[in-house]
Design a protein around this ligand. Structure first.
Ligand code: AMP
Ligand code: FE
Ligand code: FE
Ligand code: ZN
Length: 288
C-alpha cells in the first residue's frame, strides 16, 4: 500500500497564490497530502506562518522558486529553479531574493503603467498598494486587477490577451543567472530542481543539452510531472532525468484560484523525495 502523497511545488499569498500559508497547509491536509513544499517566488517569508499552522501529521518542505534566466545576450530563456531545504539566512540568498523582489515590483509597475496608458482599468499604485512592501509582485496580480475591473473573466484570459510573453504588455525581469542560483542554493545547504522545464505554453524552453550542462553544474533534480507538461514532454524529461542522474519530481504548482489546478494534481514518488532530502542540509523538514 502506498498512500503517501507528496506535492513539492505550491504558492501562497506570500507570492502569487490565493491561499494564505495557513490556508494552504490546511488544504494540503484536507486533500490527503503527507508532504507539501511551500515554494513561493523569490521569498522565504511564508515558511514561519506555514510552520506555525502545520496540521498534525503533515510534513512541510521549506522551499522557494527562484526567478532565473539561462543563455546569453540576445538569447535569454526564462527559467524557474526550485530550491529546497536551504538556509534561509544565507547572506547570498537573502540579498539576491531581496533584489529579485524589488525588480519584480518595478517590472509590474512598468507593465501597469503601459496598460493604464492604453486605457486599461489598471492603477499601478493600487495594484502595488494591495501587496506588502517587500513582496514578490507578479503578473497574476495584474491579471487579478483586470478580473476585478471586469475586463476579463479569468486570470488565464488576462494572460492569453495581455500578459503572456509575446503579448503587448509583457516586460521581462532582470532575473538571476540559473548557474548562479544553483551555486547559491547549494552553498546554503539546499537542493535544486529545474521547474516545468518543458512548459512550452509559457515561452521558449531549454534544450536537452542546456539541461545537461545544468546537471553538470550541480542541479539535483528535474520536475518531470507538471500540469503544463504534455505526456510526451513527461516521457522525454523522465528519460533525461534517468540519463543525467537527476531526481525526477512531480508537483501541481498550485496557485489557489489563480489557476485551475488542484493541489496534489501531480505528485512525487517517495523514493525521489527521500533522495532529495538526503542531499540537503541547510534546513530541516518540519512535521506537525
Ligand atoms: P511573473 O512571475 O510575473 O513572470 O508571472 C509568472 C507567473 O504567472 C507564474 O508563476 C504563474 O503563476 C503565472 N502564469 C504564467 N502563465 C500563466 C497563464 N497562462 N495563466 C495563468 N497564470 C499564468
Ligand atoms: Fe507563480
Ligand atoms: Fe514557475
Ligand atoms: Zn511555481
Amino acid at each position: 500500500m502506498d498512500a503517501v502523497r507528496i506535492d513539492l511545488h505550491t504558492h501562497s499569498t506570500v507570492s502569487d497564490g490565493t491561499d494564505s500559508p495557513a490556508e494552504l497547509m490546511a488544504a494540503a491536509a484536507a486533500t490527503g497530502l503527507s508532504v507539501i513544499a511551500l515554494t513561493d517566488h523569490d521569498t522565504t517569508a511564508g515558511w514561519q506562518p506555514a510552520i506555525e499552522s502545520l496540521p498534525r501529521g503533515l510534513t512541510l518542505v521549506p522551499g522557494a522558486e527562484m526567478s532565473c534566466v539561462s543563455g546569453g545576450p540576445g538569447a535569454w530563456i526564462g527559467v524557474h529553479l526550485l530550491g529546497y531545504l536551504f538556509d534561509p539566512a544565507a547572506e547570498a540568498v537573502v540579498v539576491e531574493q531581496r533584489r529579485l523582489r524589488a525588480q519584480r515590483r518595478s517590472r509590474v509597475r512598468t507593465m501597469a503603467e503601459r496598460m493604464a496608458a492604453d486605457g486599461l482599468p489598471v492603477d499601478p499604485d493600487e495594484v502595488l498598494g494591495l501587496l506588502p512592501d517587500d513582496s514578490p509582485a507578479g503578473r497574476p496580480h495584474l491579471a487579478q486587477a483586470l478580473v476585478r475591473a471586469g475586463t476579463v473573466s479569468t486570470v488565464d484570459e488576462a494572460f492569453a490577451r495581455y500578459l503572456a510573453s509575446g503579448r503587448g504588455y509583457y516586460v521581462p525581469g532582470a532575473d538571476t543567472l540559473v548557474e548562479t542560483a544553483i551555486e547559491m542554493i547549494t552553498a546554503a545547504g539546499g537542493v535544486t530542481v529545474l521547474a516545468h522545464a518543458f512548459a512550452h505554453t509559457r515561452g521558449p524552453t531549454l534544450s536537452e543539452e542546456a539541461i545537461a550542462k545544468l546537471a553538470a553544474h550541480g542541479l539535483t533534480g528535474l520536475e518531470v510531472d507538471h500540469p503544463n507538461h504534455e505526456p510526451a514532454d513527461r516521457e522525454r524529461l523522465r528519460a533525461l532525468a534517468r540519463d543525467l542522474d537527476l531526481v525526477p519530481t512531480g508537483s501541481s504548482d498550485y496557485h489557489g484560484t489563480n489557476k485551475t489546478i488542484a493541489l496534489g494534481q501531480d505528485t512525487t514518488a517517495p523514493e525521489a523525495f527521500e533522495e532529495l532530502v538526503g542531499q540537503a542540509s541547510g534546513a530541516q523538514l518540519v512535521t506537525g
